[in-house]
Design a binder for this molecule. Structure first.
Ligand SMILES: [Zn+2]
Length: 489
């Protein structure tokens, strides 16, 4: 495990950044072993390998178009409403985040920029750092505005992402661990959150994770590594708190995926330098020991629970009463609240399927439309397969009535899949309902600001992704025969 680098001065950092960019004269020098596959059922599989800089370069080079497009979405979402313009986020990326990013990830971020430049993009490293922090900006802005006396800041909503569970022992069909997650985002982001990153870093563990173009972490955080650690999370609703002296969440999340060989490793890496950004309840499984864990990672209150038999579920509800009181304004008693309604549904399904939970069952849970508050099937903001766009209530304070948001993609891995470095994934809603941008914008007023970038989000079948045998061979043997890039294969 690398130690955090000692911080050096801004001038030295910039000199370092420039020298790394200057290194990238010829794409060939950085692309060894990297490739992308043609889109398969909505997903783009990308294999990256080598040094931190080369991982970044390959990422930027292979996904240049997707990153340019994703950056536009992040800029639109962050600047919508006019509170802060993009230069505010670029400045914060440079002054607040960059000083707390360790060398290997700085190099990877700079590599992304170099790869983009080789494809003609004009995005710079502050754009890419700001893009990487897209899940934690709301947390920063909420505190920034509070520090600057903006009384509306307290009303600012942090996002409420995702439904997830992890189970083991007597709850699963094979007695081994299983993990599942669906990502809840805006539908602006959703159809873009369809990368599968297969990363073979020169340091640390092999990673297979889903992701967003340009982000070095998974961001919705579903992944497995070659040490048998399986990771996901759901955010903590109504959370406040951000420490500008901490390490950005996107760095800790990526590092935990890359360097955790145990649940203890995972908890330690996530807690070290915790900045409170994108505060999540993390669900983790270790397929080697059959143990599962829940890490509720507040800024002030951190709770690690572990089980060798049982389950943990995630639907954005905070659990530790002290955290609820000190770090959120969440009402744990309101059963009409999405997080609470889905928590009840998860407990129902876990009891109903005890001893029978397998991949097929997990897939059905992620497509579930039972609203426990209404006590009927009704796809909305309270169902595990989230459809905020169908709800007259929206999902306050995160989304207005009929806001275009909800579940956007799904992943499941059991112990056998994880052992073979694979998981299954379904792009779009797991229930099969398609989202059509044109119909939505015609029917729902007030969302025209999304029009330039809002896309259809069709539902695709479950598809299994595994690390490529050829790429694995390359990673193990440094085989030149799999060299090739820019073309799908
Ligand atoms: Zn659905």
């Amino acid at each position: 495990m690398r130690k955090l680098v000692v911080l050096v001065t801004g001038t030295a950092l910039m000199a370092g950044a420039l020298s790394l960019l200057a290194q990238a004269a010829s794409p060939d020098a950085h692309m060894k072993g990297a490739f992308r596959r043609p889109i398969q059922n909505g997903w783009t599989y990308v294999h990256l390998e080598g040094s931190p800089f080369n991982l970044g370069f390959q990422h930027g080079y292979l996904l240049a178009q997707e990153i340019e497009d994703a950056e536009k979405v992040v800029v639109l979402e962050q600047t919508h409403g006019g509170r802060h313009d993009w230069s505010f986020f670029r400045e914060a990326a440079k002054n607040v985040m960059w000083p707390h990013i360790e060398a290997q990830y700085r190099e990877e971020l700079q590599g992304i920029v170099a790869g983009l430049r080789a494809k003609g993009s004009k995005l710079d490293v502050w754009d890419i750092v700001a893009l990487n922090a897209f899940c934690e900006w709301e947390y920063y802005v909420k505190e920034y505005d509070r520090w600057h006396g903006d009384s509306t800041a307290a009303k600012l909503a942090v996002p409420e992402h995702c439904s997830a569970f992890v189970a083991t022992g007597s709850y699963t069909k094979d007695g081994k661990v299983i993990i599942a997650h669906n990502d809840w985002t805006s539908y602006l982001e959703g159809p873009r959150w369809t990368m599968i990153f297969d990363i073979a870093p020169s340091n640390g563990l092999r990673i297979l994770m889903d992701g967003f173009p340009g982000a070095i972490h998974s961001a919705d955080d579903f992944g497995i590594n070659s040490a048998g650690i399986m990771i996901t999370e759901t955010t903590i609703s109504h959370f406040s708190g951000y420490d500008t002296k901490g390490i950005p969440e996107f760095v800790r999340a990526r590092k935990a995926m890359q360097y955790s060989s145990s649940i203890d490793d995972f908890a330690r890496i996530m807690e070290e330098g915790n900045n409170g950004g994108y505060a999540n309840t993390w669900l983790v499984a270790d397929r080697k020991t059959n143990e599962i864990a829940s890490l509720e990672l507040g800024l002030k209150n951190v709770t690690l629970l572990r089980k060798s038999d049982g389950y943990f579920v995630g639907s954005n509800f905070p659990a530790n009463p002290k955290l609820v009181k000190e770090e959120t304004d969440f009402n744990v008693k309101d059963k009409s609240e999405s997080a609470n309604a889905r928590h009840i549904r998860w407990d129902q399904l876990m009891a109903q399927y005890k001893g029978k939970i397998d991949v097929a069952a997990a897939q059905s849970f992620l497509a579930d439309h039972y609203d426990t508050y209404e006590k009927k099937e009704d796809p909305d903001e309270r169902t595990l397969c989230g459809h905020v766009d169908l709800s007259p209530r929206g999902s306050p304070p995160w989304q207005p009535p009929y806001g275009a948001a909800g579940a956007v993609q799904n992943k499941v891995a059991d112990a056998t899949m994880a052992e073979h470095m694979s998981f299954c994934a379904a792009a779009g809603h797991a229930c099969g309902l398609n989202f059509k941008a044109e119909d939505y914008l015609r029917e729902r007023l007030g969302f025209s600001w999304e029009k330039p970038l809002l896309r259809d989000m069709d539902a695709f079948p479950w598809t299994t992704f595994s690390i490529a045998p050829a790429a694995m061979k390359s990673a193990l043997q440094n085989d030149d025969s799999v060299h090739g890039f820019g073309d799908g294969r």
